[in-house]
Design a binder for this molecule. Structure first.
Ligand SMILES: [Zn+2]
Length: 196
């Protein structure tokens, strides 16, 4: 199977514009004409997304998608969505569903010494859906524990459900992306100004 070159543009499908990988998983569901559209429809879709995000390397690529990956990925996505929304609203959150996920994918550090030098690498299994999704679950846990939730925000478009981490200097990012909601609002504001 030839792998596509990852498309980094904001309008690639699904958009990868959250500036935090654990929020990009939430944005794999996009609202189109007021209806949620899931960009994942199969185990292979999820695997392709993991690879695009750099979470699934070429080693082990021949193993093919683990059965049940779509179901697990959707469960993880909605678990992370509930936790992010809960953390954002300042209420108490229940970490157990995410911890269950993390517990099913243990990994270990390995000290690697070769001609490139001495470094620490994380060794993971990639046989079960939970193992394949472990880096996403760990990234989400990290965000929930250490992220600045003043900067974790939902797109200001009321109908849009996308999240992002505002890494702009001014911390005044408002839209999931200019290509999606930003331009639409710019055009609407321009029309309104012209009419008044
Ligand atoms: Zn948006």
């Amino acid at each position: 199977m030839t792998e596509q070159v990852p498309d980094q543009s904001a309008v690639a499908w699904p958009p990868v514009a959250a500036d935090h990988p654990a929020l990009d998983i939430l944005n794999t569901v996009v609202q189109i004409d007021g209806k949620p559209v899931d960009s994942w429809a199969s185990d292979a879709d999820v695997l392709r997304w993991l690879r695009r995000m750099g979470w699934y390397g070429e080693d082990g690529a021949s193993a093919g998608p683990a059965r049940g990956l779509l179901k697990s990925a959707r469960l993880l996505r909605e678990t992370v969505r509930a936790l992010v929304a809960g953390r954002k609203s300042g209420g108490s959150i229940d970490p157990r569903p995410l911890n269950d996920f993390l517990a099913k994918a243990p990994s270990h550090s390995e000290l690697v010494c070769d001609e490139a030098g001495v470094r620490l690498e994380r060794r993971r299994m990639t046989k079960t859906p939970e193992q394949l999704l472990a880096p996403v679950a760990e990234s989400a846990a990290e965000l929930l524990a250490t992220g600045d939730f003043d900067l974790v925000r939902k797109c200001e478009d009321a109908a849009c459900t996308m999240w992002f981490y505002d890494r702009t200097k001014s911390h005044r990012r408002r839209w999931c992306s200019m290509a999606l909601c930003g331009n639409r609002h710019k055009v609407a504001a321009f029309r309104q100004r012209r009419q008044s």
